[in-house]
Design a protein around this ligand. Structure first.
Ligand SMILES: N[C@@H](CCC(=O)N[C@@H](CS)C(=O)NCC(=O)O)C(=O)O
Length: 183
């Protein structure tokens, strides 16, 4: 089984299933493609060998069967590896975890635009300016911290993995641990 990903430093989407799989000790070969969103780039050409979806991450079976999109990948892993508690056993906790993942997946546009993931960079002045000048980012951040607190309290890895995007900001416990995950 392969996980096709982009640059770990930039591709928060790639790191979602990567973090979950590493956390649970699910074996996979990592295929790393250098992100290049130029039309016809090597990134898109290489990616097309695995999927027509045109985006990473992609989970690829040995027979070439591909599952794309982070939520679909995590659901597939949960089905295939029931011995690992990818989703909580308790039905309400599971529903909560799915809500958190879905919200993370679909929302936080202001935060995404203003603070794309860059784990290596240290940009406190930029972060401070963005927070001061952009109320929509402040609102996203407030929501993400509240949501994350819930997720950590319930200690389910899927939500945590899906909240990776926030790690670029110096406001969450996981932000401090981002470089550990990366290494
Ligand atoms: N909905 C997708 C989003 C993935 C995504 O946006 N991946 C970016 C890399 S971080 C990508 O491959 N972008 C290429 C493109 O959109 O053309 C998922 O959850 O897997």
């Amino acid at each position: 089984m392969k996980l096709v990903i982009g640059n770990k430093n930039y591709s928060s989407w790639s790191m979602r299933p990567w973090v979950a799989m590493r956390h649970f000790g699910i074996a996979f070969d990592e295929v790393r493609l250098r992100l290049d969103f130029t039309r016809g780039s090597a990134f898109y050409r290489e990616l097309a060998r695995f999927t027509s979806a045109g985006q990473v991450p992609v989970l690829v079976d040995d027979d070439g069967f591909a599952v794309w999109d982070t939520l679909a990948i995590v659901e597939t892993l949960a089905e295939r590896f029931p011995q690992h508690a990818l989703w909580p056993a308790d039905a309400k906790a599971r529903a909560r975890a799915r809500s958190v993942c879905a919200e993370m997946h679909a929302g936080f546009a202001a935060l995404r635009d203003a603070c794309p993931q860059n784990i290596e960079a240290r940009l406190p002045a930029v972060g401070a300016r963005v927070l001061a000048e952009q109320p929509a980012v402040r609102a996203d951040l407030g929501r993400i911290v509240a949501m994350w607190r819930d997720a950590l309290a319930a200690s389910f890895i899927c939500s945590t993995a899906h909240c990776w995007r926030a790690c670029g900001l110096p406001c969450t416990p996981a932000g401090a641990n981002a470089s550990n995950w990366r290494s």
